[in-house]
Design a protein around this ligand. Structure first.
Ligand code: ACO
Length: 252
């Protein structure tokens, strides 16, 4: 996508991360220059958000500068800095952010998770199916230190589902009531104790920060807190028997 200003002047590399400040990485100008550059970044984010909405048949964009300012999200922009005689064009956009979600696994078990989510993804029509989407996505995976299988995706289009299958072998999406999709492997495996008994009723905190609660839900769907005085005082981490009185917090 082309803009009336030189995008190669404001974006110093082929993939840039835009955060709620809308200040491009590496900006080193003065104050007056800053408001000018922020207005241009906002124009790019808005235009890419509009184009993504149009491509997905949505009446309202998911991504806009105004929405980005209010949320703890990241917009990754893919820039072809050499196009148009060095003026540059913006060819792709990917928005991510953490969301607090309740999701079901295939056994119908509730999980309360805060995973990194793919919220909006778009590559310009003239460049789709040329590998740019993968390039942008791979950059995001590295920056956020996350595996594709640990992502939740908000209302993925058929094209995005096909993309996840082709590049990451992720098939048979689990569609959630909140319109998010996760794949097999999103949920941590249940661990077994020495007797081979599945250890449920536990809050787990794997390396990627995804917190999953697989025990019974209390009032309003919140996990129940440790319930015995021993658990609270000694911060016990394992379940001694299959008849444990309630959920325990695993300290890792
Ligand atoms: C949470 C969300 O954002 S959901 C909305 C996702 N965005 C959209 O649907 C908007 C329109 N589509 C796009 O912008 C792009 O096609 C994207 C972002 C989904 C993928 O970006 P691309 O640069 O095309 O991906 P890339 O070239 O790396 O990979 C291509 C693969 O993506 C999938 N794909 C891309 N375009 C299509 C299409 N028109 N039809 C079916 N699958 C497609 C295919 O698996 C394709 O592989 P193939 O060509 O061998 O069939």
């Amino acid at each position: 996508m082309e803009f009336k200003f030189d995008v190669s002047d404001i974006f110093p590399s082929s993939i840039v991360e835009v955060n709620p400040s809308l200040i491009p990485p590496g900006f080193a100008g003065d104050r007056r220059g800053l408001s000018n550059v922020v207005a241009k970044v906002a124009e790019v984010v808005n235009a890419m958000g509009d184009a993504s909405a149009a491509a997905q048949g949505l009446s309202n964009p998911i991504t806009s500068a105004e929405r980005l300012r209010k949320a703890d999200q990241t917009v990754y922009l893919l820039v072809d800095r050499d196009a148009k005689g060095g003026k540059g064009v913006v060819t792709g956009m990917l928005k991510t952010g953490k969301k607090s979600l309740y999701v079901f696994d295939r056994d119908g078990q509730h999980h309360h998770v805060s995973p990194p989510c793919v919220l909006d993804f778009y590559v310009h029509e003239s460049r789709q199916r040329t590998g740019l989407g993968k390039q942008l996505f791979e950059h995001m995976l590295k920056k956020e230190n996350v595996e594709p299988i640990k992502l939740a995706i908000d209302r993925p289009s058929d094209k995005l589902l096909s993309f996840m299958d082709k590049h990451y072998g992720l098939q048979t999406p689990m569609r959630q009531m909140n319109n998010y999709v996760v794949f097999d492997g999103f949920f941590p495996e249940l661990q077994s104790d020495v007797n081979g008994v599945a250890m449920e009723n536990e809050i787990k905190q794997p390396a990627n920060g995804l917190q999953t609660y697989t025990g019974p839900l209390g009032r309003y769907g919140a996990p129940r807190p440790p319930c015995s005085m021993g658990q609270i005082i000694h911060n016990q981490t394992s379940i001694q028997s299959n008849e444990s009185a309630g959920p325990q917090i695993a300290s890792q």
